[in-house]
Design a protein around this ligand. Structure first.
Ligand SMILES: Cc1cc2nc3c(=O)[nH]c(=O)nc-3n(C[C@H](O)[C@H](O)[C@H](O)COP(=O)(O)OP(=O)(O)OC[C@H]3O[C@@H](n4cnc5c(N)ncnc54)[C@H](O)[C@@H]3O)c2cc1C
Ligand code: SF4
Length: 523
């Protein structure tokens, strides 16, 4: 057997034929390595849709590699002797294949980077880790931006990104004369509802995906989530079709309804592109370019296009920078000393709170929820309930098809749970049930009343909001952006405070909010 020069390690979220790991690839002396391992579905209790998303996309990418003539060593999950973890499988394959070196595009996750470094060191093999040029900016660029700043703010980073990459800029100024069109965005649907929302781009599972679905159903039978409606894009061609469909059908209204929710309507005007982006089936540059072109051609208003570009060029790059400049300590942060357990019904949807039930059942069904459901329904509830951030993180990392740690962790631990003490966001996102009432009709169909903070019909969100303010009163009073909200606590009488306290205790015990019947029969 000819000597193997480089073994190119490709992870499940690195499915890009043009990735830096393939620079100078020579099929005569190099080979690609990929492995499906149980650990990636069990280190958190990965939902069935998420596991299928990764494995189906990996198997399709293996076909693309074959088509491109790149030799591949691929271990399937069900292969006899599968090592069970990336490290164990790689170690075994190094012994068998005897490469002279390992090459890879920088992994997205700290845990995986450490594991592969350890294998290389134990095998005494050089490991060539290359910049992940999928992103607009490098981690070094972000570190330079962050240097010397006490707190990070996405807005400043985003403006730098717009200028540096010349996106929606004209003569050095933002197109339209302003950086941000929030005032035009964030509407609710109103009583008439969203009307006929364009159907999502659906991809009927082919034979490869069906095989993965069967495998996941038997191997991970007890994992959360359902697969009956799995229709995510799992190839680059499908991902491109999804992008085109989004730009054509949804982008014009993306901005206006960015924060809206409607019962039983999971897709609305969002892009549904995060999984394809995170698995690297799509490049963010082509996504941003397609949106900007839609504006130039008069197909989509600037407010929508800017709002969308901000998510990709701003937030997505920003959270990656936060992750890599803060890890590994970031995972341990728990600024609010939250120690409550995650309610068990987060894994089933069995709650009698209409807004949470809708977000959770949809999440388990599709592996998807939009940003506002993640931030202002599920995340808001765990924040105010005081759930330990690591448990919240493990849930978000498990349930969504787009969940990879570099993007999930800063969003969860920082933006949503304020566990980093304000590094990501300037204040905790807290609100009463009235916020949800404003953005959706959920409260109309709910047994609770968002206007009540105590008593039998009190909305748990509203109770927990006041309880949160009371519990963290001293710390929050120091934050100028919270001062007004905190002042309201002083208006409560001792008896009113006690009533909130008692009701919050009942919510925490699970006496309130837990459905006594299954989520499905509540639908
Ligand atoms: C608690 C919490 C956990 C989250 N976990 C993840 C995760 O694991 N993976 C993930 O990709 N996103 C995560 N997000 C961000 C965001 O909710 C999702 O990217 C978005 O809902 C995906 O749906 P979409 O493609 O329809 O997005 P759209 O709303 O249509 O937005 C367009 C694109 O912008 C990007 N984007 C939008 N918001 C963010 C953000 N805050 N951070 C990074 N990228 C963003 C995504 O790539 C997305 O596809 C999380 C947000 C919260 C509050
Ligand atoms: S009343 Fe409270 S729990 Fe019920 S839907 Fe409204 S916000 Fe959610």
């Amino acid at each position: 057997m000819a000597e193997l020069r480089s073994l190119i390690v490709v992870l499940g979220d690195q499915l890009d034929l043009d990735a830096s790991g393939f620079d100078d690839f020579d099929a005569r002396v190099d080979a690609v390595w990929m492995a499906e391992v149980a650990e990636e579905s069990t280190h958190v209790w990965s939902s069935k849709p998420r596991t299928v998303m990764f494995l189906a996309a990996m198997r399709h990418f293996a076909l693309a590699l074959q088509h491109a003539g790149r030799p591949l060593h691929y271990t399937r999950l069900e292969a006899p002797g599968n090592g069970g973890s990336l490290a164990a499988q790689l170690q075994a394959d190094i012994l068998r294949l005897k490469p002279a070196r390992l090459v890879m595009t920088a992994p997205g996750d700290w845990r995986v980077l450490e594991a592969i470094k350890a294998v290389a060191a134990a095998s005494k093999l050089p490991l060539d880790i290359r910049e992940d040029r999928h992103f607009f900016s490098s981690v070094r660029d972000f570190a330079a931006h962050a240097k010397g700043r006490k707190a990070l703010r996405m807005e400043y980073f985003y403006r730098e990104q717009r200028k540096r990459h010349d996106v929606l800029m004209q003569d050095g100024e933002p197109v339209g004369g302003q950086w941000n069109f929030d005032a035009d965005n964030r509407a609710a649907f109103g009583a008439a509802g969203p009307g006929a929302v364009p159907p999502r781009a659906k991809f009927e599972p082919d034979a490869t995906t069906r095989e993965v679905i069967a495998l996941v159903c038997s191997r991970f039978a007890h994992h959360p989530g359902r697969l009956e409606s799995f229709a995510w894009p799992v190839t680059r061609a499908q991902a491109l079709q999804s992008l085109q469909a989004f730009v054509r059908e949804r982008l014009p209204l993306f901005g206006r309804y960015q924060d809206a929710m409607w019962p039983g309507e999971p897709w609305l005007y969002h892009a549904h592109l995060s999984a394809a982006l995170n698995l690297k089936l799509l490049n963010p540059r082509e996504v941003v370019a397609a949106a900007v072109a839609a504006h130039r051609e008069g197909h989509a208003p600037l407010s929508s296009v800017e709002g969308f570009v901000r998510q990709i060029l701003g937030w997505r790059e920003y959270v990656r920078g936060v992750y890599w400049t803060q890890m590994p300590g970031y995972l341990e942060r728990n600024e609010l000393e939250a120690e409550h357990d995650l309610p068990a019904w987060f894994w089933t949807g069995a709650t009698d709170m209409a807004c949470l039930r809708d977000a959770l059942t949809q999440t388990l069904e599709h592996g998807y929820a939009n940003h506002i459901q993640r931030l202002m329904v599920t995340g808001l509830y765990t924040l105010m309930l005081g759930v330990q951030p690591k448990q919240v993180h493990a849930w978000y990392l498990a349930v969504y098809v787009d969940a990879v740690e570099w993007v999930e962790l800063p969003n969860t631990l920082g933006m949503s749970q304020y566990a980093d003490g304000g590094l990501m966001g300037s204040k905790p996102y807290i609100a009463t049930g009235k916020y949800i009432q404003r953005m959706s009709p959920h409260c109309k169909g709910c047994r609770y009343d968002p206007a009540q903070r105590s008593g039998d019909s009190a909305c748990p969100f509203t109770t927990l909001y006041w309880d949160f303010l009371m519990h963290h009163e001293a710390a929050l009073a120091q934050n100028p952006r919270m001062a007004l909200q905190v002042k309201n606590v002083a208006r409560l009488t001792d008896a009113q405070k006690q009533a909130v306290h008692d009701r919050a205790a009942a919510v925490r015990r699970g006496d309130v909010g837990t459905a006594r019947i299954s989520a499905r029969s509540l639908e």
